[in-house]
Structure formats: structure tokens, C-alpha cells
Design a binder for this molecule. Structure first.
Ligand SMILES: [Zn+2]
Length: 318
């Protein structure tokens, strides 16, 4: 698969992950000693060291001679990239201009750097939460250049886990989109519905179950859209479109979803990016129009909404 203009922001990439090199400790050590290799330095709280341009610092391996874990991320155009998991205090003021998160950087990074940083953040979150063997409880060691963990007690390998979540743009027969407000968000901010896939459940079933649980309606024509990693800490967002089936009257669960509604393309087009919403709408404005802001460009929710507005969704024409 190649990255295209409609690829979700965090699904972009432009590097070879070099999976065939992960077991070759000699090759990895040589690549680390090569001054042409580059290193993304991550702090213990998932932030990446940035340079004067506020973009990820691409340090040479020799410049990060501080304690940390070394992860082989891959290569592009002959340059090998590593991640280095260390602490905020490990780099001097001369070495870095500061630390930023993937959420701050995602939309300004090019395909190569967003791909490298997303993988690094996902791996770090996994290593931090999986320090012990789930079979026997013994501490595990980082292995395969950072892509597995190894239990020396029962000789088992453990792989980075990814938790599937579904996110769905539901349309009705009048080509309106179902948007809801999570109870934790301020009034005016809405998005498509989402939820985790449960144990022993298909993604399509999870779409139907979540919509029924959150707003009390049925769906049909559940169709896959695209996916993007959401490494906060370990989700993979699986995007779907679906069509409302049966009675379209919404009954918000009042817990996860505080309110929900059907919105026309014009109403959705008028809503801002919620990062751009400088002043929260007044109660009178909310009475007239409950939708004022959409999720940020980094989200697959926003990608799905934009694809619908542009007329690129099959279900929208169905
Ligand atoms: Zn074990």
C-alpha cells in the first residue's frame, strides 16, 4: 500500500521496517555505529526531542550516549532510523530545543517522519506496560531490536499488542450524518461514534453493537473505510461507514454519549476544527445549532467526515 492524499494522518509512512534485520544483532550494531544513521529520542512520557525547527531531532547515534533502550525502526533512502527511549533530562539544552508529542506534530510531519514517530510511540507505550511475562510473571527482556520481549524463565516471546477499536460514520436515508457528543467534551463539539471491539467479536458486529448501545438505532451496509494506528496507548482505529436501519430516532445512552443528532452536509461544513474553536458557543447558539466543532485533522473521524463531504463514500450514494 502507498500513502495517498486521503490516507489518514497517522497511517502515513515512507520507510521499510526492515523486519528481516531484527534478529541480526551484528547488523543492528553496525548500523548503530554508522554516523549516518539517525535517532528519534523519546522521553519516558512519550514526547520526542525536537530541534530548533520544532520538528523531531534526528540525532546521530553517537550524540545520544545516555542510558536508554535502542529500537530499530527501519530505513529510507539508505538511512537507518532508530528510536532511543530515555528520560527528558538525558539530553542537554545544547542538544535539544524541547520535547513535543505525536498529537502536536502529526499534521506538520511528512510521511517518513510521521511513520517513524508513530511506530516509536506505539512501541514505547507497549514496552512500558509489558515489563513482565504474562505466563509466569518473570521480568522480560527487550529482544529482536525492540520488536519483541523475551521471558528468560519460560523461554516465551511476546509481541507488541494492538487493541482494535471501531469508529463509524452512520448516514440516514436523507444523507445526514450521525454525530454525538461524548459526555467529557464541552457542548458544541461532536464526532462520529466509536468503541472498542470486545473479546470474541468481529469489527462489523462491534459497529452495530456500539451504535445500538450509544444511540439506540440499528445499522445495515457496514462497510470498511480505512484504518489508522492510535498509539495512545495501543489502539488501531478501524473506520467504517454504515446506514441507519429501521426507526432513526436517536436515544442517547446519557453516559458515554451526552447528546446525538443527524446533521446535513451544510451543517457539518459550517463546523470548525475544535482546535480552532476560540470561544465556546453560548446556550442560545447551542439551542439553534448543537454542532459547532469537529474533531481535529489528525483523527480518522475527521478523515471520514471530509470524505463524506467530498462525496467519496459509497454509502453516501447508496
Ligand atoms: Zn515467563
Amino acid at each position: 500500500m502507498t500513502t495517498g492524499p486521503e490516507t489518514p494522518v497517522l497511517a502515513r509512512h515512507a520507510h521499510d521496517r526492515l523486519a528481516h534485520r531484527r534478529d541480526d544483532a551484528e547488523w543492528v550494531a553496525r548500523a548503530w555505529d554508522d554516523p549516518a544513521s539517525r535517532v528519534l529520542v523519546l522521553s519516558e512520557n512519550g514526547l520526542v526531542a525536537v530541534g530548533a525547527d520544532r520538528l523531531p531531532l534526528l540525532a546521530a547515534p553517537g550524540d545520544v550516549a545516555v542510558p536508554g533502550d535502542r529500537i530499530l525502526l527501519g530505513a529510507a533512502d539508505g538511512t537507518v532510523f532508530f528510536a532511543w527511549f530515555t528520560e527528558v533530562g538525558a539530553l542537554s539544552r545544547e542538544q535539544t530545543e524541547g520535547w513535543l508529542g505525536l498529537r502536536d506534530l502529526a499534521v506538520v510531519l511528512d510521511d517518513l517522519h510521521v511513520g517513524l514517530l508513530t511506530a516509536a510511540v506505539a512501541l514505547q507505550a507497549w514496552h512500558q506496560r509489558h515489563t513482565h511475562c504474562p505466563n509466569c510473571g518473570h521480568p522480560t527482556d527487550l529482544a529482536q531490536a525492540g520488536w519483541t520481549r523475551w521471558c528468560p524463565n519460560d523461554k516465551s516471546s511476546h509481541f507488541p499488542r494492538t487493541d482494535p477499536a471501531v469508529i463509524m460514520l452512520v448516514l440516514d436515508d436523507q444523507d445526514r450524518a450521525l454525530l454525538g457528543r461524548n459526555g467529557a467534551w464541552p457542548p458544541g463539539r461532536m464526532s462520529v461514534l466509536a468503541g472498542f471491539v470486545e473479546a470474541g467479536e468481529s469489527a462489523e458486529s462491534a459497529v452495530a453493537r456500539e451504535v445500538l448501545e450509544e444511540v439506540g438505532i440499528g445499522v445495515r451496509e457496514v462497510r470498511y473505510f480505512a484504518s489508522q494506528p492510535h498509539p495512545f496507548p495501543a489502539s488501531l482505529m478501524l473506520g467504517f461507514t454504515a446506514r441507519a436501519d429501521g426507526d432513526p430516532e436517536l436515544k442517547s445512552d446519557g453516559e458515554e454519549i451526552a447528546e446525538a443528532g443527524w446533521f446535513t452536509r451544510d451543517e457539518v461544513r459550517r463546523a470548525a476544527d475544535w482546535g480552532d474553536l476560540l470561544v465556546d458557543p453560548t446556550p442560545a447558539e447551542l439551542e439553534l445549532q448543537p454542532l459547532h466543532a469537529l474533531p481535529p485533522a489528525m483523527s480518522i473521524a475527521r478523515q471520514m467526515i471530509e470524505a463524506w463531504l467530498a462525496g467519496h463514500l459509497v454509502a453516501a450514494n447508496g
